[in-house]
Design a protein around this ligand. Structure first.
Ligand SMILES: C[S@@+](CC[C@H](N)C(=O)[O-])C[C@H]1O[C@@H](n2cnc3c(N)ncnc32)[C@H](O)[C@@H]1O
Length: 299
């Protein structure tokens, strides 16, 4: 793999994810829809003494190379597929698996995507505005910022970025500065839209919310989550578990709604309220602070 990258992804809520996913079992077949660098897969294989089998998917072919390396010691116990979880059914068919004992989704970006050069996710780097997790997809972040109307941009920044106060000003600034082709140009447009005093008074960097909003649109993240959560329960064995970890209230809200709708017929909800990471975890890994975990069991 040629990308420069020297910071590894820290898997979030590993203990909690294993607790709900395995429910005390040590055997079985598990599907990790968002394999990333393979951190959760490794934890599953370790906790089950290598007795479980894991099928891992990731839409980002570059991150799977890292997963392959990280899981070296468990060769033969897992299979990785470069696929969107939208197509999980085809992958299960290809792997010869009808139903699984558990499914994990840990949605969002991996540290690899944020930190490696040339992927265009980060306001900290100056590079082409890309943000595609699926490198074969056609639409990039540059396409979105250069083609959406000012009101569409304002809406997505407000809704998906949760940028309540400055969404309109940011959208206006983006439109005035078109065409934008780099992460630096987007960063600077957001900066120009904000009163100087506001830029540095936030807990998060001022461009975080806008970058998040555009990334969600580029990768169709919300539609994909809704689709997979609706269809996954049909592929769980009775007593099989689904564990969903998200970093955004809209994503968590989708899981809450879909689990509730299915709670009469297909699922028993295991987490009345979303589980949050421990204080210790947040201290060790700041990225974990917004993580929320929901779990349900196939009836
Ligand atoms: C937070 S990371 C997962 C980290 C992983 N659990 C670990 O412990 O290393 C999220 C991953 O989901 C992947 N992803 C996002 N959308 C996807 C999709 N539609 N299908 C498959 N993978 C997707 C991203 O490429 C990214 O690698």
């Amino acid at each position: 793999m040629s990308r420069q990258y020297d910071e590894h992804h820290r898997s979030v809520m590993v203990h909690e994810a294993l607790h709900y996913l395995l429910g005390g079992r040590i055997e079985g077949t598990y599907l990790d829809c968002t394999a990333g660098e393979g951190g959760h897969i490794k934890a599953i294989l370790k906790a089950t003494n290598g007795q479980a089998r894991v099928i891992g998917l990731d839409v980002d072919r570059e991150v799977l190379d890292l997963a392959e390396q990280n899981l070296e010691e468990y060769r033969g116990k897992f299979r990785l597929f470069n696929s969107s979880y939208v197509d999980f059914e085809a992958v299960l068919r290809q792997a010869g698996v009808e139903r699984v004992d558990g499914v994990l989704l840990d949605v969002g970006t991996s540290t690899f995507q944020l930190k490696s050069k040339g992927r265009g996710f980060s306001y900290e780097l100056d590079e082409p505005l890309d943000m595609r997790m699926d490198l074969s997809a056609k639409i990039t972040a540059a396409d979105i910022v250069n083609s959406y109307s000012e009101s569409e941009l304002s809406r997505i920044i407000f809704e998906y970025g949760d940028e309540k106060r400055f969404a309109r000003r940011i959208a206006k600034c983006i439109v005035n500065r078109r065409p934008l082709s780099t992460t630096r140009e987007l960063h600077d447009a957001v900066k120009a839209a904000m009163p100087p005093a506001e830029r540095y008074k936030r807990k998060r960097h001022f461009a975080t919310k806008t970058f998040q909003a555009i990334r969600i649109v580029v990768n169709k993240e919300l539609e994909n989550i809704e689709g997979v959560l609706r269809s996954i329960p049909g592929f769980l064995k009775q007593g099989g578990r689904i564990v969903f970890i998200s970093f955004h209230s809209l994503e968590d809200g989708i899981a809450k709604r879909v689990f509730r709708e299915k709670s009469d017929s297909e699922l028993k909800i295991l987490t009345k309220k979303p589980i949050q990471p421990s204080q210790e975890e947040v201290e060790l890994n700041l990225r974990a602070r917004s993580a929320r975990l929901r779990a349900a069991e196939r009836i």
